[in-house]
Design a protein around this ligand. Structure first.
Ligand SMILES: *Cc1c(COP(=O)(O)O)cnc(C)c1O
Length: 219
């Protein structure tokens, strides 16, 4: 089922759109099935779960790309920068500086996305769109960060059309970022769209979707 779900999904979205498998709280054998179906990028919300999965997968883990898509705590950054190939959730100067510091220690250039709370949901993390460009200018001086674009969640449930205006707003920030040409900023990735919203997100310019339910759930 997971195998077919993944392949159906992969074939239904355009080739230029990267598909991140949102793996939180899934079993190792479920992840193995999705890897067998061709998955290449695993998105994780929790460091410890990532480490456990990484170890359980053995050799296969090294062939994958690992993206942090959950909120990152400062005291987890040291370990996070070792395992992740991209951190999609940078939303504060404190966390950006900590990533820079820990990456400088291991001489690793870390690709990151800046997270925007496009719907201004109070419980969610991320910067409001108006703050994003100044924030990116500020962190673009950190030499061990490579700022590759923007991530947003948008409303997760309900009518996906409700998410459209937030994706449009996020795309606008992405385009403004493109026009700035800042150091350490290579804005190529616009990460938006989940199970409920990925079609709308792609219509509005997303080139990376993060999907869990549509892959792992029956039906
Ligand atoms: C869980 C999660 C997703 C995937 O959501 P689904 O509704 O399961 O597709 C995407 N992005 C983030 C940040 C998540 O935590």
């Amino acid at each position: 089922m997971i195998f077919e779900n993944y392949q159906r999904l992969r074939n239904s979205i355009p080739e230029y759109v990267d598909l991140v498998v949102a793996a939180k709280q899934r079993l190792v054998k479920e992840i193995e099935e999705v890897i067998n179906a061709g998955a290449q990028i695993i998105g994780e919300n929790y460091l410890q779960e990532t480490q456990e999965l990484y170890n359980a997968l053995g050799k296969k883990a090294k062939a994958l790309k690992w993206h942090m898509i959950g909120h990152l705590q400062r005291n987890k950054v040291k370990q996070a920068v070792e395992i992740f190939d991209m951190i999609q959730t940078v939303d504060s100067l404190r966390i950006a500086q900590e990533i820079n510091k820990r990456c400088s220690e291991i001489k690793k250039l870390m690709p990151v996305l800046v997270e925007i709370n496009s719907a201004r949901e109070a419980q969610k993390t991320g910067l409001i769109p108006e703050e994003a460009l100044d924030f990116i200018k500020e962190i673009s001086t950190l030499p061990f960060l490579k700022i590759m674009g923007i991530m947003t969640m948008g409303p997760r449930f309900g009518n996906p059309e409700k998410a459209r205006s937030y994706f449009i707003k996020t795309k606008r920030v992405f385009e403004e970022l493109n026009s700035l040409s800042l150091p350490n900023v290579v804005p190529r990735i616009l990460s938006m769209g989940m199970t409920n919203t990925f079609r709308v997100a792609i219509e509005e310019g997303s080139n990376m979707v993060r999907i869990g339910q549509a892959i792992f759930q029956a039906g």
